[in-house]
Design a protein around this ligand. Structure first.
Ligand SMILES: *[C@@H]1O[C@H](CO)[C@@H](O)[C@H](O)[C@H]1NC(C)=O
Ligand SMILES: *[C@@H]1O[C@H](CO)[C@@H](O)[C@H](O)[C@H]1NC(C)=O
Ligand SMILES: *[C@@H]1O[C@H](CO)[C@@H](O)[C@H](O)[C@H]1NC(C)=O
Ligand SMILES: *[C@@H]1O[C@H](CO)[C@@H](O)[C@H](O)[C@H]1NC(C)=O
Length: 197
């Protein structure tokens, strides 16, 4: 009885860790691809921006479940992007003031199964390439959910660096990410407990 529960726990833990590694791996691969594209254009590489990634995650979760069509993602006509009424709440969750996101750029793409080569082409060979080749951008946060991936570009200036509001300002308690650091620690502790038993 006990050992069966332990086994079940181990399976659940393992699959959630795998899920975590898989989507993070795809996102890292996309950043690598974008950076080799930039290097071919002699534009400095983008570094990882965790706060931009937090916003990307909020948006990816909203897109998740929507079907890819020829008017979604990279095919959207600029200016007709989907607007999210809850956008201010997503900023809150990521401890961001709208003023630090003004010069940033949000770029959603929809690719069935998120095939890495197609995803990269959706950025480098679409209307998005004019942002990717821009040296004004210095950072990127990437998140994916379902068939959707969201890349958020950040700048090095105060109006686009996605730097979090200083502590003490009245932001919502904490960003609830599906597999944040806290959960990861819990999972690891769970594994250790299982091993010790
Ligand atoms: C999108 O697809 C629909 C039907 O598949 C087609 O009628 C329409 O012309 C397409 N739009 C564009 C912009 O390609
Ligand atoms: C956001 O930043 C602007 C400019 O720094 C400031 O005026 C405003 O009060 C800030 N908003 C919040 C909610 O902290
Ligand atoms: C983007 O991905 C879609 C699949 O959702 C694909 O049909 C389309 O050709 C891709 N666009 C580019 C520019 O690669
Ligand atoms: C970036 O791409 C746009 C559109 O493709 C082009 O007009 C512009 O000259 C490019 N800029 C650089 C720095 O390559």
């Amino acid at each position: 009885m006990n050992s069966r529960i332990s086994l079940l726990c181990a399976l659940v833990l393992a699959s959630s860790l795998l899920h975590c590694a898989r989507s993070d791996g795809n996102d890292a691969q996309l950043l690598k691809g974008i950076n080799s594209y930039r290097s071919s254009l002699k534009v400095p590489a983008l570094s990882e921006n965790k706060n931009a990634a937090c916003l990307a995650e909020q948006l990816a979760r909203q897109f998740k479940g929507q079907e890819c069509t020829n008017t979604t993602g990279a095919n959207t006509v600029i200016g007709t992007e989907q607007q999210f009424p809850d956008y201010p709440r997503y900023l809150d969750r990521c401890h961001l003031n709208a003023s630090v996101t003004e010069d940033g750029q949000v770029m959603p793409a929809c690719v069935p199964g998120l095939a890495p080569a197609v995803v990269l082409a959706n950025y480098t060979k679409s209307q998005y390439n004019r942002f990717l080749n821009d040296s004004q951008f210095s950072g990127a946060g990437i998140a994916s959910e379902g068939d959707w991936v969201v890349v958020v570009l950040s700048t090095s200036t105060g109006s686009g660096d996605y730097s979090p509001a200083p502590p003490g300002s009245n932001w919502a308690v904490s960003a609830a990410r599906p597999f944040g650091f806290g959960q990861l620690v819990l999972l690891l502790v769970g594994f250790v407990v299982l091993l010790v038993k």
